[in-house]
Design a protein around this ligand. Sequence first.
Ligand SMILES: Nc1nc2[nH]cc(C(=O)O)c2c(=O)[nH]1
Ligand code: SF4
Ligand SMILES: [Mg+2]
Length: 224
Amino acid sequence: MIRLPMVEIFETVEGEGTRAGFPTVFVRLFGCNLRCTWCDTKYSYPPAEAEFTMTIDDIVAEAGRYRSRHVCLTGGEPLLYGDKSAALIEALVATGRYDDLHIETNGAIDLTPFLERIESPIVRYIMDYKLPDSGEEERMVTANLAKLRPQDELKFVIGSERDFHAAKALLEAYPTRALPLFSPVWETMPPAKLVGLMLEHGLSGVKLNMQMHKIIWDPAARGV
Ligand SMILES: Nc1nc2[nH]cc(C(=O)O)c2c(=O)[nH]1
Ligand code: SF4
Ligand SMILES: [Mg+2]
């Protein structure tokens, strides 16, 4: 039986992206293949330990205890487990109880096998592109950008002006159908400064992405 290492399952409102504000069940898997400098979920990979492991059936049942019709698969990196991650996505889709299943993936996983295997219209990828300040830019799978679809989102977490210019250059170099989101790093990029840069550079197709959960609750709170 397939078991996955887990951090937590909880219900809150989605804090980010185009579905921000909808009641959403979060399924947070343990483990990540990156170590971003500004990571806000360091409890989701070693040296922290997985809280527990769960079977796919258990995860589906636990998520199903809540009434949200949106589900977010996150981590860590929820696609780290290949076929097992795909089987979890398929099992959540098969319940028929969700209108939206979005997957927060870190840009260092080739999405091709997932896009080819999973055909459900409710499944959407929110791909982070890690910029220079993260320390992980060289790990990005740039081939993913051309494969993302209009329902997917391409999120840039922007910590500095250097990051802003890198994101702008990347969008010019790698056309994508996904919606580009610019998200300010909570500690180092004042949102007003990021908006100013977006307007100054005429980035009319880019959407500002604020992390609502860090405004509503303590930025360090877990499970919200
Ligand atoms: N409310 C809320 N929205 C979120 N969107 C993405 C999250 C994540 O940690 O991946 C997250 C989270 O942890 N909380
Ligand atoms: S990819 Fe996400 S979970 Fe992994 S280190 Fe970076 S910010 Fe943290
Ligand atoms: Mg979070």
